[in-house]
Design a protein around this ligand. Structure first.
Ligand code: COA
Length: 385
């Protein structure tokens, strides 16, 4: 199928990077101090074989298994405090902006400044992220209010694929009449991560990204990437899961042990079967991108850049190899997860934000996100201005 006339374009992106970074060495030092303390406190049960000792983590393993060297967080002290191992945020009153809205607004302002737009130029706001701070009012409505945008706003969650689903949802709203849509991805992943879990304590970081979409009629005022097409896919899996939700308090047993290592606590945070995820998601995403490019009549070799979800370096390398039939260079598939770690839905948008200034008019790129659900999406774009 040939490319139909594109009707929506991306005209700007924005990025908010939290102020604090944690290196693998710092994270592992805190984790291992926690392990030593836990094992000492449970020495008798460990000795008798009733309890297994916790194993230490290693910075070498983390970099080798994931490609992650560092991550940004909204609160470093709480994460590295072995009494706590959870970020500490001051409770805010209802009269103050929520922390999730605050970082989304920072990314949105960055994008609006880049496109030289103000609130009156935008008709709607989508907040697309893996975790919303509360049930309601929607985070997007608070973000809309903070920015002074009229029109409408709503939240959506498709886990790590939220941003690509958000771009396609925004494009749909433009096709049905909106002039411009602001789509934001605030991800405070440190708040859903179990920093006491050796298998996953290193995976995530915090960030917020923003994308502005516009109806493609008339000449763009600045930079523009027309959307050639989007493809979305979901397939149910328990292999990445977070059971936190409003039903939890109804399920709680009285007198439940307050052991932070116990299931009632840990499954209300991010849990995954990492190996299974790897095995299932790589072919799913590779086939999706190949099928999508074929449908658009774009040869994989004609794609100048792949801005992939940043979950795991090997995963991205496999996906790019499946699509290209050879290894991708870092220029073709840029990596930000060494610095940012996995930032859920925001990862592919950070890559797009940071690695596109060298593209020429006519260059084609693919933005792709994938993760829990399973969920996956690809958006194929072409630089037009
Ligand atoms: N430090 C040191 N060793 C560790 C460790 C740590 N922090 N965590 C695990 N290990 C050990 C394991 O105990 C295991 O040891 P064994 O072989 O003696 O049993 C070994 O390292 C391999 O563990 P495994 O969990 O199989 O590692 P892996 O190579 O699969 O890498 C992931 C783990 C999570 C990095 C990898 O599976 C992955 O990235 N999967 C996809 C994740 C993903 O994208 N999720 C989506 C979220 S959106």
């Amino acid at each position: 199928m040939a490319v139909t006339k594109p009707d929506v374009r991306i005209i700007a992106t924005g990025l908010f990077t939290p102020p604090h970074a944690i290196s693998n060495d710092e994270l592992v030092a805190a984790f291992n101090a926690f392990v030593d303390r836990y094992n000492a406190a449970h020495a008798r049960e460990i000795e008798s074989g009733a309890t297994a000792p916790l194993q230490p983590s290693s910075a070498e393993f983390i970099e080798k298994a994931s490609g992650i060297k560092s991550r940004y967080v909204m609160d470093k002290e709480g994460v590295l405090d072995i009494e706590r191992m959870t970020p500490r945020f001051r409770a805010r009153s209802n009269d103050e902006i929520s922390i999730l809205a605050e970082i989304a607004v920072a990314a949105a302002r960055d994008a609006m400044k880049a496109a030289d737009l103000d609130a009156r130029d935008i008709d709607g706001v989508i907040c697309a992220a893996s975790n919303m701070q509360r049930a309601y009012p929607a985070m997007a409505v608070e973000i809309q209010h903070a920015l002074g945008i009229e029109g409408f706003a709503f939240d959506m969650n498709v886990a790590c694929a939220s941003a690509v689903f958000g771009v396609e949802t925004g494009a749909g709203l433009i096709r049905s009449g909106a002039r411009r849509i602001l789509m934001v991805n605030p991800e405070i992943c440190s708040a859903h991560l179990n920093f006491r879990d050796r298998d996953s304590h290193f995976i995530f970081g915090d960030v917020a990204t923003a994308v502005i979409l516009e109806r493609a009629d008339g000449a763009p005022r600045g930079e523009a990437y027309e959307i050639l097409g989007a493809r979305l896919k979901t397939q149910f899996s328990n292999n990445i899961r977070n059971n936190a939700g409003f039903i939890n308090r109804c399920e709680r047993e009285t007198g439940e042990a307050a052991d932070p290592q116990s299931a009632p606590f840990t499954d209300k945070l991010f849990v995954q079967q990492g190996r299974k995820v790897f095995k299932d998601v790589v072919p799913m995403v590779g086939d999706m991108i190949l099928g999508h490019l074929d449908e658009l009549g774009v040869a994989p070799g004609d794609v100048r850049r792949f801005w992939l979800h940043q979950a795991n370096l090997a995963m991205n390398e496999f996906i790019a190899r499946k699509v290209l039939g050879r290894d991708a260079t870092r220029e073709e598939a840029p990596v930000v997860l060494d610095e940012y770690a996995n930032t859920s839905s925001a990862g592919s948008i950070i890559a797009f934000h940071k690695y596109r200034s060298d593209l020429k008019i006519g260059d084609i790129g693919v933005i792709s996100g994938f993760g829990a659900g399973y969920s996956a999406g690809s958006v194929v774009i072409r630089k037009t201005a």
